[in-house]
Design a protein around this ligand. Sequence first.
Ligand code: MG
Length: 341
Amino acid sequence: MTLRLATEVVTLETRHPFVIARGGGSSHRVVDVRLIDGDGVEGWGEAAPSAYYGETPESVLAALATLVPHLPADPFRLEAAEADFRQQAPRSAAARGALSAALHDLVGKRLGRPLWQVWGLDPARAPRSSFTIGLGTASELREKVREAGAYPILKVKLGTERDEEILETIREVSDKPLRVDANGGWTRERALAMLPVLRSYGVEFLEQPVAPDDLDGLALLRRQDVLPIVVDESCLVAADIPRIAKAGAADGINIKLAKCGSLREALAMIATARAHGLLVMAGCMIESSLGITAAAHLAPLLDAADLDGAALTMNDPFVGATITAGEIRLPDSPGLGVRRR
Ligand code: MG
């Protein structure tokens, strides 16, 4: 039985320009894939390429084309298929992540079981998702916080010259728990100075304060013992974790399918992080509910989640896992459990 691949580039529009320390915008292109088996059963997945990691929709399409001859005859052979994909397209994590999600969707559909159940998980154990407040003017920030009214936890993007002002503006209109992500935008000195400020604003943890390769800087910040440090851009795959742990660079990791390129790799990251005593969170890019739902099936294994990518969009073509009011609800239907809106 051979699998057929169909692809589609979809432009997702966010309600507000989604801006972080290294830039951003309102239009985000993703690549949706369908793997169709000989019985007409379809597995779906989504690639959310990030220029930061060297991927674009065009490079994803090119990588997918090179992977077509390597699609498995038997979709249940996930381990071998993903190892093959990694070998053929090592730099195309987003593209491989889409195929990984599609194969897992297909497996779940053929078994007639939702993916979380295939994995032996209890969906009620999912943590609540935060909702991200991207960079903006004071009035934009106030509006975004108002729109996030139902969400119990806010993740605030920082890494600018006016970070104190951003926190003050948000605190004027909300007393919710805050998490902060600087996306590597601070120097060590700036990060050291920001630690007590973040603490005074009641921030729960700090994600990627300094550049991804500055593990010594991360360890220095962590030794201040002011806030837990979570790494995102420093940690792409499971093999990164022992090095991070050895350097004492983090209290936790942030997993994304677009970085690790495979749901099996995401599971390996969770196990590796746990073995090193690290907290585990999962995050996302701007993605539709198709991309978000693939990651959301990991949610029962997480300490924290930031799976708001689809909630930030205005034209989500899919319905799948939802994070209404921060509560992650996983679908009961087979596979990923995603359908067209
Ligand atoms: Mg991050």
